[in-house]
Structure formats: C-alpha cells, structure tokens
Design a binder for this molecule. Structure first.
Ligand code: GLN
Length: 309
C-alpha cells in the first residue's frame, strides 16, 4: 500500500479542489444543524485491510443522522431474526421523502428501514432492558464498526428532540398499526439519540468498509453476520437515497446512505468504503456536493456495480 498512498491522496485532494460551487441549504428543521458551517468539505476512503485515506475537513465531527439507519437495522435483524423484522418493516423503495408520514396501505408496515418510519420501527426491535440499554448496545456496535468508541452530541440530541413532533407522530402511527412495541416517546427519544452520534468522515468510511468486507472489520472480527450484511446492503442500494434512490443507483450504482447533517457513505462490496461530508443538501435531503463527488468518482474509477467487464 505504501506506493499507492500518494496517488490516492492526490486524487481525493483533486476531487475536493475541483468539485465546484455548492448549492442547496443546510438542514434547518433541527435548529442545531442550522448552525453548521456550510462550507465544510471532506472525503475519506477506507480499504478492507484498514488503510484510511483522507482529504479536507476530515477530523470535523458531525452527527451521523440517517446514516445510522442501516447499522441499527443490522442489529435489529441480529437480535430478532430476519423473519421477525420483515413482519414489522418492508423492503420496498417508497419514492417518498425520508420523513413521509406513510405506511404501506396493503401491509400496514413502514415501506423500508431507511425512511424514518422504518428506522423508528428498527430501533424499537433492538433488544435492551430499557430505552437507555438499547441506545448503549447501538452505540457499542457503531464503535466496533468505526474502530473507536463513539459518543452522542448532546446539543444536537436536545435540539432535535425539542422539534421531534413529526417523528413522534410516526411512532404513534406505528403503534396504532401494531408494528411498534413499547412506548412511542421512549422509542423516538432513543432513535433521536442514535441519530445524534458524533462521527467524522474517517469513522464513516471505516464503517462502510466493514459493510464492504461482508461485515468483518480489518482485525478479522465478524461484527455483522454475512447474511445480515447482504440484507443491509441490498436495502441501502434500493432505498438508501430516499426519493432519489433510482437516480443514485443509475448514476453511481453502489449501496449508499445519506444523513441530514451532510454525511454520505457509499459501499463498494469487496473493495472499499467511501464517505463524504458537505452540509448543504439537495431537495431530497442528500448532500449536494456529496452526490456530485460520488458521480465523479464513478466516472473516474468505475464504481458502478452494474457496469460490464
Ligand atoms: N434525525 C433525522 C430525522 O429523524 C434523520 C433524518 C436524515 O438524516 N435524513 O429526521
């Protein structure tokens, strides 16, 4: 890898220099996120053997937000088994915004675990004696994936919880539909804590690289069972970018997940985990420069899983 280091670092620095003007707005429905510096820009690539290449604001911390959803979904499946989880949450792309108040009219379930309705249901399926124990187990998993202990940004948590009426509505709706066990207020509180975990692009790239390695860390620790890992990547590929999942899969072609703080994580199975951070969001709530950077990487590096030989 020593000889590879300079070209990769040069390439990712070039990406940041040439990405061009930013458009869109930082998320403002969570007051604390509206205070973020919109011009931050960072990228990280993590190989399966644990090398991480970084450029830009790579040590700036931001909240994981919806990029937490695939990992909590993995834990829910590990705890309950896939059959039980599928009884609560479908795996169909919704074509809806991430916070849409919707359940499938036929099944009565959230359409997938990447939109808020399904993510709140996944959170509730994680085992734990109480709400705090659930969050502890989630935090422990994320830390094992990132390769370092992670903590919660309490200011962002408090800020989002004070404006969480929409997610509360979703949780109460899930309970009415019979897909949520437990107290909706506790579940939304826990889900909001999960979204408030503080990360850098290094962490996200490393977490993505574990998904790319079939659930195994660079130390050889099988943190996510390979069948569960495949389920998670499949759902990320079809639903990870919400109502632009089709655009993403055709133009970039790899499983990915975005978050409203401006993080965006992509997984090239068997090869690499990639993460980008840029807080201004497009109309779908995905990092606008982040999407452009991945499109460029696909053109330059041929990431697309459906590309021919
Ligand atoms: N915590 C955010 C919410 O529930 C996550 C949304 C996102 O990142 N798209 O609204």
């Amino acid at each position: 890898m020593i000889g590879m280091q300079t070209p990769i670092i040069d390439y990712i620095n070039l990406l940041l220099e040439t990405v061009g003007e930013d458009s869109g707005e930082v998320a403002s429905y969570i007051p604390e996120l509206a205070r973020a510096d919109p011009d931050r820009l960072a990228i990280a690539m993590a190989t399966l053997d644990g090398e991480v290449y970084v450029a830009g604001d790579c040590d700036v911390e931001f909240t994981i937000q919806s990029i937490s959803k695939p990992f909590t979904y993995a834990l829910a499946i590990a705890d309950q088994g896939l059959d039980v989880v599928l009884k609560h949450i479908d795996v169909e792309p919704s074509g809806d915004a991430f916070n849409e108040i919707s359940l499938d009219p036929v099944t009565g379930k959230p359409r997938n675990p990447m939109i808020n309705a399904g993510a709140i249901a996944s959170h509730a399926l994680v085992r734990g004696d109480d709400a705090e124990a659930r969050v502890e187990r989630i935090l422990e998993l994320y830390g094992r994936l990132a390769g370092r202990p992670l903590t919660i940004a309490e200011d962002v948590f408090e800020s989002e919880l004070s404006e969480a009426d929409r997610n509360m509505a979703l949780a109460y709706m899930l309970r009415t539909a019979g897909t949520l066990d437990g107290d909706p207020t506790d579940v939304v509180r826990g889900y909001t804590r999960q979204c408030s975990v503080s990360v850098t692009v290094r962490d996200l790239a490393r977490m993505a690289s574990v998904l790319a390695a079939g659930g195994r860390t660079p130390n050889g620790d099988q943190v996510i069972d390979s069948d569960v890992n495949r389920q998670v990547l499949s759902v990320m590929a079809t639903c990870g970018m919400y109502d632009s999942a089709g655009d993403w899969l055709t133009s970039v072609g790899i499983p990915a997940k975005s978050g409203v703080a401006g993080g965006l994580m992509g997984v090239l199975p068997g090869q690499v985990g990639i993460a980008v951070f840029s807080p201004r969001l497009d109309a779908h709530g995905n990092s606008s420069r982040g999407v452009r950077l991945f499109e460029r990487m696909n053109r330059d590096l041929g990431l697309h899983l459906m590309a021919g030989p």
